[in-house]
Design a protein around this ligand. Structure first.
Ligand SMILES: Nc1ncnc2c1ncn2[C@@H]1O[C@H](COP(=O)(O)OP(=O)(O)OP(=O)(O)O)[C@@H](O)[C@H]1O
Length: 725
């Protein structure tokens, strides 16, 4: 074994840090982590004469080196043939580090130009057995894909030979650890039913002209193109910054599609869609930073609950280091921004609670003897009168009521208008306001103001904003390039709001991208949860229908466990047992969530879990769309909350309780079919989406139970581990 001195005439080197290195680093004990930092900070500065890279004997690729961390640990480093860009690949125990490097080879992907490392020994060892099985199998996994398409997607000769003998997607999944990663991604996309064109776009394949410039031996150029896997740092401070939050991979490594959208320049409003856990929030955060770094004007990063805003702000603090850039970004709920604008005009508005609002509608209908419920009137006001900014009865008589179901004749419209006038008078007389009225007023104020407060607005969970919130935001930003950026998923709509972006003057046509790779949830939980939505016609906010096709996860774990019980108490007992089992298995209590449909269930659950020895805290009860502080009782505790409260959160393990026929869909949240068929169908769909949202908060394990008969949403689902007690 030879030694290579690290000092190179005082040149300052650049270090690349591979995603796997950072993950390995995160798992080390603090003391060893400090040693790693020490070694590489010095390595980076190229001043420590005693440091050396060690060549490895018996290798398939002589660009691998090891570096000593301490007696036990070694780093594996990719050294360039020339130049000073070294990439930290792995941190492993001594013998494993050598074995790892001896089995592998680096190459440059022909489609993406990025670096790929494959386990040559594993590929060679697996191929004969797969070939033997393929000869007996009736069909092959990629029988329908031509060689030329595979090659265009960057599949090289060794991987092609391997792909051709695959007969089952499970074989491909098992090969994930040893095939070159970009090529594996391309094959996995094809196996998931994507067309070669879709895969081509998703892997971030380069244009023909760029491909021609790729040099298969130039691993340094390839490292520079590998931003999804390797982050390049230029000094010890940058190195320290990356190592400071080793679990937050999303800060440094983005999927090529995520990066493209986060950094793109758009002529007008743009949006990113995608299933749960595909990194839409991550894209919104990176985009907010990117826009702030342009220095063109203020950026608003917003969503509809303050719990989610708190988490956006915390993540933004991790992501943005430049105080000037951070200062340019405001993170606040839409209601809070509107409220601030409003207060400049009227300092102390009194806000109506939900219960008070219902009482005012009740008084209006009773006083006028009208045949409408409070909830019907309140929705008619929000979804039609406010949404279309209707100011006169004549305007309301002519208004389109798309999606409102129950038809209203001229006489009934006159009655609704009378009720609304009464409601409005009552509120004005008592000086009270709803959030919607504040938004409307704030929008009027901004329209008259000489300047718009923001240059860019980035909206997360856009599917749940109400029409008046959209109108307010429209007035908060000057129309133009990069004015709006929306992140959202119509399948996760859990409130009543249905909007047409086009009608609101927010045109995203041609500036929309979709993410499909789920980073949060295992394939087992995702596939099962998606089953709930299959066939549901979900509108995409833009006059079309959204689809769940192509959503997939590369993570694996157990299938969701489902169990029915005779009583609620039996359910709670088993849930407590499940939670204790997770804690015994090493899951921290605050990485566990318990979701239920109603506040009533959540509140009864908390003391019961305490009695059964489970440390638990409540995601506090507050009116919807209000801040949700977490009640803390000291120490890490399991989070108990309603399905609504689960939005924007994620847990390693999750149980969803009370998914019975009488609880989900919640009878009080569904308009009876006899009263209004369209409203009924919409309400049922929203309840279905709510259960979907709750289930997709689970990262590794999902346990669902009910008492009595199970929810009809579960009854239609495919195989999972179901038991009945
Ligand atoms: N490029 C990435 N690398 C590593 N982790 C990522 C990446 N992108 C997203 N994640 C992680 O995946 C999880 C889901 O991301 P995020 O919350 O942005 O998804 P989302 O699409 O907004 O989800 P949902 O719609 O369900 O709220 C988070 O834990 C996030 O850190």
């Amino acid at each position: 074994m030879g030694f290579e001195q690290w000092t190179r005439g005082g040149d300052v080197a650049r270090l690349g840090i591979d995603k796997e290195f950072l993950l390995g680093f995160a798992a080390l004990e603090k003391q060893v982590q400090n040693r790693v930092l020490d070694v590489f900070a010095k390595f980076e500065a190229a001043t420590h004469a005693g440091l050396h890279l060690e060549k490895i004997g018996n290798v398939r690729d002589d660009r691998f080196r090891t570096i000593r961390i301490d007696r036990f640990w070694r780093g594996v480093v990719l050294a360039p043939d020339s130049g000073d860009t070294y990439t930290l690949l792995r941190v492993l125990p001594h013998d494993d580090a050598y074995a790892w490097a001896q089995r592998r080879r680096v190459s440059v992907n022909a489609a993406t130009g990025r670096n790929e490392i494959r386990d040559v020994v594993a590929i060679d060892a697996t191929l004969p057995e797969l070939t033997r099985r393929a000869e007996q199998a009736p069909s092959r996994l990629f029988a329908d894909v031509a060689d030329k398409d595979l090659r265009r997607l960057g599949i090289d000769e060794q991987t092609l030979a391997f792909a051709r003998v695959l007969t089952d997607v499970r074989q491909l999944e098992m090969a994930r650890g040893f095939l070159p990663p970009n090529q594996w991604d391309a094959l996995f996309g094809l196996a998931a039913g994507m067309t070669p064109e879709e895969v081509w776009a998703e892997i971030g394949a380069a244009s023909e002209a760029d491909r021609a410039s790729f040099d298969a031996d130039d691993v340094v150029a390839a490292v520079e193109r590998s931003a999804d896997r390797v982050v390049l740092v230029d000094g010890p401070e940058e190195l320290l910054e990356v190592f400071r939050h080793p679990f937050a991979l999303w800060r440094v490594y983005l999927h090529p599609t995520q990066r493209r959208i986060a950094q793109a320049r758009f002529r007008g409003p743009a949006r990113v869609t995608g299933g749960p856990g595909t990194g839409k929030t991550v894209v919104a955060l990176h985009r907010a930073r990117d826009l702030a770094s342009q220095g063109v004007g203020r950026v608003l990063l917003t969503t509809f609950t303050s719990t989610m805003c708190d988490s956006l702000a915390a993540d933004l603090d991790l992501l943005v280091h430049d105080p000037l850039e951070r200062e340019r970004i405001t993170v606040a709920t839409v209601n809070k921004i509107a409220y601030d604008v409003f207060r400049a005009w009227q300092p102390q508005p009194t806000i109506l609670t939900d219960a008070e609002e219902r009482a005012v509608w009740r008084t209006a209908t009773r006083g006028l003897g009208l045949p409408f419920s409070e909830s019907f009137l309140s929705e008619e006001w929000r979804q039609v009168i406010l949404a279309q900014e209707i100011l006169t009865e004549a305007g309301y008589q002519k208004a389109r009521r798309a999606g409102r179901g129950r038809p209203l004749g001229p006489r009934q419209r006159a009655q609704v208008w009378a009720a609304w006038r009464q409601f409005d008078r009552e509120l004005r007389a008592s000086g009270r306001w709803t959030h919607e009225m504040i938004c409307v007023e704030a929008a009027r104020l901004l329209e008259r103001a000489p300047h718009r407060p923001y240059r860019h607005v980035v909206i997360d969970e856009a599917q749940d904003l109400s029409p008046v919130q959209w109108r307010f935001l429209r007035t908060a930003v000057k129309p133009g390039a990069d004015d709006f950026f929306l992140a959202g998923d119509a399948h996760q709509r859990i409130y009543h709001n249905r909007v047409s972006l086009r009608e609101l003057g927010i045109q995203v046509v041609g500036r929309s991208a979709r993410l499909t790779v789920n980073y949060r949830t295992t394939a087992e939980i995702l596939a099962w949860s998606l089953g709930m939505l299959r066939g549901e016609p979900i509108d995409d906010l833009d006059g079309g229908l959204d689809s769940v096709a192509g959503y997939r996860s590369e993570l694996h774990g157990p299938v969701p466990r489902l169990q029915g019980f005779a009583t609620w108490n039996d359910e709670i007992r088993e849930a407590a047992e499940q939670v204790r089992a997770w804690i015994r298995a090493g899951v921290a209590p605050d990485e566990i969530g318990v979701a239920v449909r109603s506040n009533k269930f959540a509140e009864s659950l908390l003391p019961a879990l305490h009695r059964l020895g489970v440390p638990a805290r409540l995601l506090a009860r507050l009116p919807e769309q209000q801040p949700a502080p977490i009640e803390r009782a000291g120490g890490p505790a399991v989070a108990v909350g309603t399905m609504h409260r689960m939005k924007g959160l994620e847990f390693r393990c999750l149980t969803v309780l009370g998914v019975g026929e009488r609880q989900v869909p919640a009878p009080g949240a569904v308009t009876p079919a006899g009263e209004d068929e369209i409203a009924h169908a919409q309400d049922v769909q929203r309840e279905r989406c709510l259960l979907f949202v709750a289930c997709t908060r689970a990262r590794e394990e999902l346990y669902i139970s009910w008492h009595g008969a199970q929810s009809p949403f579960l009854a239609q689902l495919g195989p999972a581990a179901v038991r009945s007690t």
